[in-house]
Design a protein. Structure first.
Lengths: 785, 280
């Protein structure tokens, strides 16, 4: 009997001890009900906590007790709730924005210590910081802000393209509300296609990838659009030198459903119209526009639907009419994305999201010439097009069974449809042919699981894996297992050592001649002949939080190996057709070669995200090396975007409540470049006392020349004027304040000169540097209502 | 409003106007003038060795002919050109021939023998000496099948299509130069060429050449040469073909097997095939 009683007592005490309850809900912005991503929820006096997910949902399971929960987020007033946990609780919280010092208030109770996070190589940039920084031509460009972070390099002058830890522009997965964006740039890369006014959050993952991310070797840029206010109608409109933009949002059904629409258009072509008569012989123009729309509907407490879409287009055109001849040519590219997402809280500890995703990218180049009279008209027409279209289904789950486990699992299915290059040519003088490339289909099917594990107060671990399958156009399947690990070992409450490891596979390639991410670059699938790219990356780091000054210091060393990266074979390009009549036989697979690459380096970041004076200092020391058997005689060479030193200093200072000043300074070792270093006549054949020479240039070894170092300072001043109904913002920016002539590219020109003394003429090969942007003042005005 | 637009366009034009400036010579890539050699050993009695030089950036080049010509060949006339049979150590120094602007080797005096190794060394004042060595392999008979077809595209243009297959030598990497000379009774021969390799490891290597010409010209015979060339010559010709493919291509270095210099030293054996063009 005694032993039975003992068992009963032990069982009851275990039951009591293990009695746990869950507090879950959504954290929204007070008023607009905009869901807030990454809000920290901590338990007062305990080292327990969690954060809201991409939809503002949180869940924390704790033993029965009286507790105080603190909700805190950058730019918002913290809130705390005392609750007694004796059953599961639904607790939706609304955080109010800081009114006085928007986004920049320093609070001593901010618990968001980055040293305590297991994640490595993650950059989160508050949208408010993006908006406060100086601009080029008045365009708020979040990709240009991303370029200011360590480990992220910009391409050429003014370009929004970015390169992460030695990876090419194709190795960045850019996601807008779950939909992939294949070409994220307007104006040949000078402006990103994201309208900053419609963006809620930006996160760049450059290493230590959690298992839920995959499909690219180097980075994931996750961008979430604003949901739209559920409370009242509001908007924002602005004009800059290059384009104008507007955002409008409001409730469809108050507190239940809302919408947001935004648009942007450049107007250089419109302003030039009065100066160009349609009767003029030659005229041309360029414009871009984009349009974003999003709607969401809260069906009930457990179900929400989001629908979002983006469409943007760039077009450059030229026309020439002379006598009986007409010529027109142009180039345009367009992006479109759609995502429909269904959030469901299945249980207080289990959250799910089902997404249907569509993305499209298309490029078209056309050229039409006609000449001769009506009776005898000759026509030459050429049209080149390429593109990629994705249809995807994604089902993600978050399960939070205990305070020390946060398990995410799910599956992704994407069908890619590629049209690598379709050419339609009509030439009355030769013949007619049409090369309609068959659409190539491939399917990516992945499943993943990861667990964020807290090991007492000493460590945190994100352990996971991803199984990815690629079904090729010919029906064959390739499968890969991708283990993932990132961890943090706490040295103290404010410092930690970090370690990460990730294997990635990429089932599509971007064929690029320039490596700059131009719209003419060609997306192609991995095939049995040109297999998938693969990489593994490891990183080791240290993080320290300076809580008193709300700052963080981190340093990371990384090594990344990339296999089966591709490039065009020497001399080939996306439009290489030496003989049009034989173009049907040209395959892009014959125009590419396969190689490998490695990148390694050290990145340091000191960042202050809050306070009147905030910003960051970043430094990167890195090497990126490529090797292709058919390039550079098989010898390794530095990648074009290899950059030994990269420094960025960003400072934002709020002088008064109505006046902000900001400055950025960047320095980077010059890009590696292949340039001609001499010229000569190469003999092709010597036949019957006659030489067949060809003028050629002796080039440096591949990327064997370094451009001059790049450095630049930008300044910005924001004047904010608030009234009862609206807020006006005047902004002045100065790009390249000290007018540094940074190199854009180099070429060799042959100049001739006559020497009066000798009476002879000489020629000289001269190296010239072309610079793009001098000091550029710009102005923008926006109004919020 | 017009004033505003004018100011706007003025600002935009300033912004978009690129600035071009000469790079200070101290930042030039290090480059000095190099000797360039071309020598193709074949079945002919006299083998020319052509020695020229490069013009580096910032180098003042005397213009001897057309001041705007890019085709001026800078022959090096005062070089010491030594040809060595590495198997027998027999050497010969060849002198410059003003008529042909080259250094000639007379095969009746210094024959090139199959299966032996040869070097050429060139020394010239103000240049690094250059050297190259090749092995002359045995001449092999190449078997090939080919067809010709003349297609009248319209009243103005015709196309001559030559296509066929080369029987590849098994068990080794092979490279072939295919040249076509097509003749009309009253015209100079026209010439076209292509290079193929057996990199795809097939036993028969297909080739296809398409030549366009004025329909007024009537060709009646065709000579096809298929040459067994070495890897170096294949790479050299391939890299020359890859030059100047437009603004979207990366600069491509020209392949060379000349130590300290540029150019090519190779041996070529031609197999001759002749055919009457059917149809015209």
């Amino acid at each position: 009997m005694r032993w039975k009683l003992s068992i009963l007592i032990i069982f009851l005490s275990l039951q009591l001890f293990s009695q746990r309850y869950t507090i879950s809900g959504f954290v929204n912005e007070a008023g607009s009900k905009e869901s807030l991503i990454g809000v920290n929820i901590s338990v007062q006096g305990k080292s327990l906590g969690t954060a809201t997910n991409n939809y503002g949902f949180y869940s924390i399971t704790l033993p029965s007790d009286s507790i105080e929960l603190i909700y805190s987020f950058v730019g918002y007033q913290s809130q705390s709730y005392k609750v007694f946990l004796d059953n599961n609780i639904d607790l939706n919280v609304n955080l109010a924005p800081n009114i006085e010092l928007e986004a920049i208030e320093v609070r001593a109770d901010q618990p968001a210590n980055s040293s305590q996070s297991s994640r490595m190589g993650v950059i989160e940039i508050p949208v408010q910081q993006v908006k406060a920084l100086p601009t080029l031509l008045g365009e708020k460009d979040l990709l240009k802000v991303i370029q200011l972070m360590p480990g992220v390099k910009k391409g050429s002058e003014g370009s929004s393209g970015f390169y992460v830890r030695g990876g090419g522009p194709d190795q960045n997965l850019i996601i807008l509300d779950d939909a992939t964006v294949y070409n994220a740039y307007h104006l040949f890369g000078f402006v990103s296609l994201f309208n900053g006014d419609a963006i809620k959050s930006i996160e760049l993952v450059k290493g230590g990838f959690p298992a839920r991310y995959g499909g690219r070797l180097s980075s994931v840029l996750d961008i979430n659009m604003k949901d739209g206010s559920k409370d009242k109608y509001s908007g924002e409109a602005g004009i800059g030198i290059l384009s104008s933009r507007a955002v409008f949002e409001g409730p469809i059904v108050k507190d239940k459903a809302s919408f947001l629409v935004s648009g942007r258009r450049s107007y250089l072509d419109i302003l030039m119209m009065p100066f160009i008569s349609k009767n003029q012989d030659t005229y041309g123009g360029y414009f871009f526009y984009d349009f974003t729309a999003k709607a969401n509907w809260e069906i009930d407490k457990k179900n929400k639907i989001y629908v979002s879409g983006y469409f943007g287009r760039d077009k450059f055109y030229i026309k020439d009419n002379f006598m009986n001849s007409n010529y027109s040519a142009g180039l345009y590219w367009q992006n479109a994305t759609t995502s429909v997402r269904w959030n469901r809280v299945i249980h207080s500890r289990l959250f799910s999201n089902l997404s249907f995703i569509h993305s499209l990218y298309q490029l078209k180049i056309y050229n039409k010439e006609s000449y001769g009279d009506i009776l005898n008209k000759n026509i030459f027409e050429m049209e080149y097009s390429s593109g990629i279209r994705d249809l995807g289904l994604k089902y993600d789950f978050s399960w939070m069974p205990a305070p020390n486990h946060n398990i995410k699992f799910g599956a992704v299915l994407i069908q890619h449809a590629f049209k690598p290059s379709a050419i339609v040519l009509r030439d009355d003088n030769i013949n007619l042919f049409e090369k309609n490339v068959h659409t190539i289909y491939s399917i990516e099917a992945c499943s993943y699981i990861e667990d964020e594990i807290k090991i007492k107060n000493r460590a945190r671990l994100n352990l996971g894996g991803r199984i990815s399958n690629h079904i090729l156009d010919d029906g064959s399947t390739r499968s890969h297992i991708e283990p993932r690990l990132s961890s943090s070992y706490y040295l103290s409450p404010v410092s930690s050592l970090k370690l990460s490891y990730a294997v990635m596979n990429q089932y599509l390639h971007l064929l690029s001649n320039t490596g700059l991410g131009l719209p003419t670059d060609l997306w192609v699938p991995a095939t049995s002949k040109v297999p998938a790219q693969n990489s593994w990356q490891t990183a080791f780091g240290y993080a320290y939080d300076f809580n008193k000054i709300a700052s963080t210091f981190s340093i990371e060393a990384y090594y990344k190996e990339m296999n089966r990266i591709i490039t065009y074979r020497p001399g080939a390009s996306f439009l290489l057709i030496e003989d049009f009549s034989g173009a049907n036989e040209i395959s892009w697979e014959d125009n590419v070669i396969e190689g490998r690459g490695e990148s390694y380096g050290i990145e340091a970041l000191f960042q202050r995200r809050r306070g009147r004076f905030n910003g960051w200092f970043g430094y990167t020391l890195s090497w990126t090396i490529h090797q292709f058997d058919e390039l550079n005689y098989g010898k390794p060479f530095f990648a074009k975007y290899d950059r030994r030193h990269d420094i960025s200093i960003v400072a934002i200072y709020e002088l008064t409540d109505n006046l902000n000043i900001s400055a950025t300074w960047v320095y980077g070792t010059g890009n590696a470049l292949t340039i001609p270093i001499a010229s000569y006549q190469a003999v092709q054949e010597a036949k019957q006392n006659y030489l067949y020479p060809i003028y050629v240039e002796e080039t440096s070894s591949i990327n064997g020349f370094r451009m001059a170092p790049y450095h630049r300072m930008d300044l910005g001043i924001q004047r904010i004027k608030k009234s009862k109904d609206y807020t006006r913002i005047w902004e002045f920016s100065f790009y390249n304040v000290y007018n540094r002539k940074n190199p854009f590219y180099y070429n060799i020109t042959k100049e001739t000169h006559y020497d009066e003394k000798t009476g002879k003429s000489y020629s000289i090969n001269k190296l010239q540097q072309v610079s793009l942007f001098p000091i550029i003042p710009s102005f923008s005005y926006s109004i919020k209502f | 409003m017009n004033r505003f637009i004018n100011i706007y366009l003025f600002l935009i034009s300033i912004i978009l106007t690129a600035c071009i400036e000469d790079v200070d010579e101290k930042y030039y890539p290090k480059s000095e003038a190099k000797l360039v050699m071309f020598c193709e050993i074949n079945e002919k009695d006299s083998i020319p060795i052509i020695i020229t030089r490069t013009t580096p950036a910032s180098y003042n080049e005397l213009i001897e002919e057309d001041p705007y010509s890019y085709n001026q060949i800078n022959f090096v006339e005062d070089a010491i050109v030594k040809v060595i049979n590495n198997n027998t150590n027999q050497e010969i120094i060849v002198s410059f021939d003003d008529n042909s602007n080259s250094y000639y080797i007379d095969q009746t005096i210094f024959p090139f023998i199959n299966g032996e190794k040869y070097s050429i060394r060139v020394e010239a004042e103000n240049f690094k000496s250059i050297e190259s060595t090749i092995f002359i392999r045995d001449q092999r008979n190449i078997e090939a099948d080919f067809n010709t077809q003349v297609i009248d595209l319209n009243d103005m243009n015709s196309k001559l299509l030559v296509s066929g297959e080369v029987n590849d030598f098994k068990g080794e990497d092979n490279y072939y130069l295919i040249e076509v000379f097509y003749y009309g009774s009253d015209y100079y021969p026209s010439y076209y060429r292509t290079i193929v390799s057996d990199k795809n490891k097939v036993s028969k290597i297909p080739f296809r050449m398409e030549m366009y010409y004025d329909s007024q010209l009537k060709f009646d015979s065709l000579t096809l040469f298929i040459s067994d060339i070495d890897y170096h010559y294949y790479m050299y010709l391939n890299s020359l073909e890859n030059q100047s493919n437009g603004p979207f291509t990366e600069p491509t270095p020209v392949y060379s097997n000349i130590k300290n210099g540029l150019g090519i030293f190779t041996s070529v054996f031609r197999n001759k095939f002749e055919k009457v063009i059917i149809g015209d």
